[in-house]
Design a protein around this ligand. Sequence first.
Ligand code: FAD
Ligand code: NAP
Length: 552
Amino acid sequence: MANTLDHSPVRDQTKHGAPRLDAVIVGAGFSGLYLAYRLRKLGLSVRVFEAGGDVGGTWYWNRYPGARCDIESLDYAFSFERELIDDWNWTERYAKQSDILAYLNHVADRFDLRRLITLDTRVTALTYDEGAETWTVATAAGVVASATYVIMATGCLSAARIPDFPGRDTFAGATYHTGNWPHGGVDFAGQRVAVIGTGSSGIQSIPIIAEAAAQLTVFQRTPNFVAPAWNHVLAEGAAAELRAQYPTRRDANRASFFGVDLPANPKNAVDCSPDEQQETLERYWAMGGLAMLACFADVIINAESNKIVADFVRAKIRAVVTDPEVAQRLTPTNHTYGTKRPPVGTDYYETYNRENVELIDVNATPIEAITPTGIRTSERDFAFDSIVYATGFDAMTGALLAVDIRGVDGQSLREKWAAGPRAYLGIACAGFPNLFLVTGPGSPSVLSNMVTSIEQHVDWITDAIAHARERGIARFEASRAAEDAWVEHVNVVAHYTLYPHTDSWYTGANIPGKPRIFMPYIGGVGAYREHCAKIAAKEYEGFVLTAPASVA
Ligand code: FAD
Ligand code: NAP
């Protein structure tokens, strides 16, 4: 389904015969699609390169059983055009993967974006040419374009990761990763299946795999606090009623802490009586989804309050799981509530009451090897027909550092980020002019409804490019001082919270050898948005804007 470059308004060619463009966008998920829409509207020649066989990003790759959003469908969707909102009908409270993918395909078609997108094309290198003030864009096959601007819309959770277990490639059965699921689906009927990993992807897929498989064995390293989704079909007319609340609903999302207007309780848990605590917790549990994060104002900043919430969820686990030993194994004890992205599940704990489901704690009996017939732990040899890796991603930096990005003086981003990612506002890096990151490290990104955050970044980047073009600015680059100050600020704010103390992909702890830094910005989506707007209003304070070399 690869598109050609023919329709792009190419103005010129490089010495390699590749098109010379105003902007190259890497990735065609929510971010890349909206960027293509905005930058084309600005009159730029644009090309999107996408590694996958079609648009959709996360929702193109993650087709595992049970995959759906954890933000309500009506909020987990674009807001930039009223007609787009009105002509799409979400049918469930939390849309399933196939519906979100259909929606993103609809966006690509409705705005005629496909002609700007080259599919099945992985960008492997980006090199800044200081003389020409352009970026050269290359794939494994060679140079494919040069561009004044490059925008990385490569996703925070797009570099799927399978741990390097000894013997990993010797397994004779079928192997899957939730983040790269076969398009035709998988029939587990009659099979002995292993799932390794109990993050959000494992938690969504385990109940459904358990229903299909003859035997399911779950290998768990860290038990999670799973809140119920209480997903349901939206009653006839309900979606239209909710849509009528626009734009108020979206304005509230933009100003909110998490990018979605959760019903935030202004009270601290520690200030409430035990009765009030209990009543509040039951009320928020009944709301389902991510609402529990907002049940008290101090959940993520006060360990005592956090324990009140955590104990409540622990009691819920014990109430559902009939075998007390299994319940104990499923009970999180080594991290605070909410400091890993709280998974939202359907019948997750109930699944462990099934006869055909077994839970293995790999802390007690570690996985020693993947064998030709299955998995060997320190205690037992297991035989499987299929192994499902629900083992997550090299998050936030993985997709960016997979590309060999070289800026001023040939400095590589890999070197610059060797001790952890550094970016001003999570959008731009000193030494890498005219290169922008969507939802990069140092922005609220993964701590939020990402569509709200993506729209804010794309709008800000588009305005910055428009500003540069109107003023004949050739280089738009974060200053080192502004970048340092922002990275420091992100770190200071993080340490007001409980987040940095938990081993999670937010801190890079899931990847052996990855620098341990709390990567996203926990200052809140609304406050961050205001800050970015102020930076823009002050003629892009903290950025160095330079006229073309020939003019300077
Ligand atoms: P992506 O959707 O990840 O798209 C990036 C694209 O870039 C991919 O298609 C990838 O193939 C491409 N790419 C990467 N590197 C290259 C390269 N070098 N060359 C060419 N192409 C490249 N967030 C929420 O807010 N709510 C949710 O409910 C939610 N659910 C999620 C469920 C799952 C299973 C996962 C994995 C993530 C979920 N997220 C959720 C986060 C989700 O990633 C974002 O909400 C959003 O989809 C990100 O869009 P994006 O366009 O920025 O990145
Ligand atoms: P994840 O949260 O990183 O979970 C990976 C799981 O694999 C964890 O349980 C992890 O254990 C385990 N694991 C990793 N390496 C292991 C090893 N060597 N041995 C044993 N276990 C190992 O990844 P994910 O579940 O794919 O989710 C990633 C993010 O995507 C989520 O946090 C969320 O933001 C998003 N997502 C959202 C939804 C949704 O509800 N809409 C669904 C899926 C994903 P440890 O915890 O001990 O590292």
